[in-house]
Design a protein around this ligand. Structure first.
Ligand code: FE2
Length: 112
């Protein structure tokens, strides 16, 4: 998916653990990506179950300026874990996940 398409998904609204809107806690936790850093490798995970009609379709990372650094499109048969290489010189990253039924959720900003 292009950076423009990902931006269009974000424009519909972004939720997070810190800003859950009217989501109950369990729902926002299920959808919010978590970043684990190991050197320049960012592993992004979230505990959302995958089903044919209810699926995390995209996981991606951006820098603090909103530049998409890497993205992945998922099938419902894929696990909701993605590994990304963080480009040299990146100071921090934010991960996003898009659920086809519930929209876009963000991780906290994570300093590299
Ligand atoms: Fe969902």
């Amino acid at each position: 998916m292009s950076a423009e398409e990902l931006a269009a998904l974000k424009a519909k609204g972004i939720k997070s653990v810190a800003s859950p809107g009217d989501d109950p806690e369990a729902k926002v936790v299920k959808h919010s990506p978590v970043i684990a850093l190991e050197g320049k490798k960012a592993t992004v995970t979230l505990p959302h179950p995958q089903a044919e009609d209810h699926v995390i379709q995209n996981i991606w990372i951006e820098d603090a300026a909103g530049t998409v650094l890497a993205s992945r499109t998922l099938a419902w048969t894929d696990a909701t874990t993605s590994e990304f290489e963080v480009p040299e010189g990146t100071a921090s990253v934010i991960a996003y996940a898009f659920c086809n039924l519930h929209g876009v959720y963000a991780s906290p900003e994570t300093t590299i």
